[in-house]
Design a protein around this ligand. Sequence first.
Ligand SMILES: [Zn+2]
Length: 222
Amino acid sequence: MYDFDEREAIIEQTAERLLAAARITEPPVLPERIARALRINVLDRDLPMRRGQSYRYRGMKFVDIGKGARAERRNFTLAHEIMELELPDAIAAKDLRHEIAVRGAAALLCPTPFFRAACTPGPFDLFELKATFSTASHEVIALRSLDFAEAIITVFDNGRLKNRQTSHPFGIQPVSPPERELLRRAMRSGKVENETWDAASATAYPVFENDFKRVILHTLLD
Ligand SMILES: [Zn+2]
């Protein structure tokens, strides 16, 4: 079996190889360009039950992407399927390849060499990172930042908690009342909002698209 560190190493090595093959030396990472460099045939198809799939057939490599996906979702699916195709053959189990490729997709769209550098100088700014790593979604970028800095990332869709993850050593805690209040303010204003309380501070980033209102909270504990 592969432990966490081995998986991380495999992801890093694979991402590095793919970026080199596509001659990508700075963000944003276009997965389409990687597919072209590796002669992977990408087909947009009707896939009722899934977002994407990948396979080899007569020595050729294929990725099918479900039609109608938003650009960022399509990028993520394509990055995932490329990873799944290109992981070392030694990882034989299909389930395991899929599992590693879930993390691998974020590492491919936000590669460590570029992303670590972008994360560290100055205070965290999700919209600034998004301007640089434009092919990844706000959510992917926010969660990926936890690999390089301590914080809590909370994603709300239309006001409902969707995802909460932390890189703080003391683990995950429930959403606090000040964070709830911050969420309410950002939902109303549609603007970046800040809040400081006790030994914590947080910033809310609204990502609104028509009727769909996502708010991403970045919380720091001192
Ligand atoms: Zn998969």
